[in-house]
Design a protein around this ligand. Structure first.
Ligand SMILES: [Zn+2]
Length: 328
């Protein structure tokens, strides 16, 4: 298996193509749909350990804000105006305005401490090289000896990326997977084929409110505030429900929603399509019920605006008949 230095060399071969758009694809890989890479822009190339990571983005409108950046900008604005009641009036009072700015600053600071890739699924392709794995730039590998049958057969590339400049990259003997971030542990990465469901279920079963656990990047890297809100709505679970009160089947369903929603989002992102949230930043759920909004998070921890529908996501009663909420 190529060690770190060889993988560094592979990265050097890829770096001249960073910023370029994929014009044509080829290759024999069945792990990913190679055609998904068509017309995407290679945005970044990184090495971590023995893996090479290439980031791809939809090629259109490279300078415009991405859909989740736009959504987050609105969330920040919304957070800034939510602490005080009466929304617009307070903007006129200068002292409150200053205080508001301070709060906004605080929010922005706490946001910058948030783990990477906390918003939306990533679009990183992870390459793991087999014993004879390699990358070539602008040339194909040629057979240097005949095989047992006496044929001079060239190695079959797993992936070929032709770029708009006319240059190309060829990948041999490697495994490829989409993932959320180069720093994510594959076992906790909801986009990774190595995502460990058992470990995730154990985390969700804790007595903590389920919406806190979902944002814990130790168990759910790649899962951010938008995904949290959407999957709790899809699974019809109230955000403050302690995980310990939910049936295993409910937790399984929530995990299914997380994995499905994230991979659907990734694929629509790669096709340059927008996200259409059902509950995130909405005033009504798709069934027309009024949506609740509150900033929720562990005490002393990172708090995020949370939207839920009290009718579609009812409060769960604990065994003694008391609502599980409102005790703090
Ligand atoms: Zn509803």
């Amino acid at each position: 298996m190529p060690e770190g230095p060889s993988v560094r060399k592979f990265q050097l071969l890829t770096s001249p193509f960073v910023g370029q758009v994929v014009a044509k694809v080829g290759g024999s890989s069945r792990k990913i749909n190679v055609n998904d890479l068509n017309a995407l822009r290679l945005q970044d190339s990184q090495v971590h350990g023995k893996n090479l990571y290439l980031a791809f983005v939809a090629a259109e409108d490279p300078l415009g804000p991405t859909e989740e950046e736009a959504l987050l900008q609105r969330e920040t604005a919304s957070e800034a105006s939510s602490p005080a009641q009466g929304g617009q009036e307070q903007v006129c009072a200068p002292q409150i305005h200053l205080q508001e700015e301070g709060e906004l600053q605080e929010l922005l600071c706490s946001r910058s401490e948030a783990p990477d890739a906390a918003e939306g699924p990533g679009n990183w392709l992870r390459f793991h090289f087999g014993l004879f794995g390699s990358i070539r730039a602008n040339e194909f590998s040629r057979a240097n000896k005949a095989n047992k049958r006496g044929d001079w057969k060239d190695p079959v590339p797993r992936l070929v990326l032709h770029f708009e400049s006319g240059g190309f990259l060829v990948f041999y003997n490697c495994r490829m997977h989409w993932c959320s971030s180069p720093r994510a542990d594959p076992a906790s990465d909801i986009l990774s084929v190595e995502f460990h469901r058992g470990q995730a279920l154990d985390a969700l079963r804790a007595a903590d409110p389920i919406c806190y656990t979902l944002l814990d990047q130790r168990y759910f890297s790649g899962l951010g505030n938008i995904i949290k809100n959407e999957i709790l709505y899809l699974a019809k679970i109230h955000p403050l429900t302690p995980g310990s009160l939910l049936a295993l089947s409910d937790l399984e369903r929530l995990l299914d929603c997380a994995v499905q929603f994230s991979s659907d989002w990734l694929h629509s992102k790669l096709r340059g399509k927008g996200l259409h949230p059902q509950i995130y930043q909405k005033e009504q759920c798709p069934l027309g019920h009024a949506v609740m909004k509150e900033t929720l998070g562990p005490s002393g921890g990172f708090k995020r605006l949370t939207w839920w529908c009290p009718q579609c996501q009812p409060v769960v009663l604990s065994g003694d008949g008391n609502p599980s909420l409102g005790t703090e």
